[in-house]
Design a protein around this ligand. Structure first.
Ligand SMILES: [Zn+2]
Length: 191
């Protein structure tokens, strides 16, 4: 079990962002939870992230000085880590044959457990896919560009990807929930 350096919530380590410190005292997000040495844990939560810096929680956790960091930079680093994890999941799912992408492959959402739709997908295509997802009660989200989605899937531009594995779908659901909790406006610093 680990404990958030701000709110003291205790939970298994994968529940938290793990922050590590380099020899110069700079803070980094340990995305793969594998960096050696001491780590500090903080909730995937905008308020806990902001307060961790304001309350100097890392100086205490690491028992020494840490380089100053803006809350926005920490939030951006956590979001980048989540996005990289999402990309990894998509690439792995593709290799496992658990992704259908492109208009034809998604003309039916039969067997799709999670629908990812590019933010720059044309309105009519997006509306159609979202309508089908709603009817079939499939969770969906708009995220990234079609170029990026295609790149992650090792293809050309893709406006949508349907994930067919339930475990992958659940993991993506959690990734996006965390992403929202980190990006949500909390007092100052909204975007
Ligand atoms: Zn917390």
């Amino acid at each position: 079990m680990r404990t958030c350096v701000v709110c003291r919530t205790a939970a298994p380590r994968g529940t938290f962002v793990r922050i590590v410190r380099d020899p110069e005292g700079r803070l980094f997000v340990d995305r793969l939870l594998k960096a050696p040495g001491r780590g500090a844990h903080v909730c995937y939560d905008r308020s806990c992230l902001e307060q961790s810096l304001r309350r100097k929680a890392y100086n205490r956790a690491f028992e020494g000085p840490v380089a100053p960091m803006e809350a926005e930079a920490l939030v951006a680093a956590v979001v980048a880590a989540i996005d990289a994890r999402i990309d990894d999941r998509l690439a792995l799912a593709r290799r496992a044959g658990q992704v259908r992408s492109g208009g034809q492959a998604l003309s039916s959402l039969e067997g799709v457990a999670f629908l990812l739709l590019a933010e720059d997908a044309a309105d009519d295509s997006a509306e159609r896919l979202i309508g089908r997802a709603r009817t079939a009660e499939i969770p969906w989200i708009r995220h990234g560009t079609a170029a990026r989605l295609g790149e992650v899937l090792g293809k050309g531009r893709r406006i949508a990807a349907g994930l067919t594995d339930a475990a992958v779908a659940a993991a993506l659901d959690l990734d996006f929930e965390r992403r929202n909790r980190v990006l949500v406006a909390a007092g100052t610093g909204s975007r």
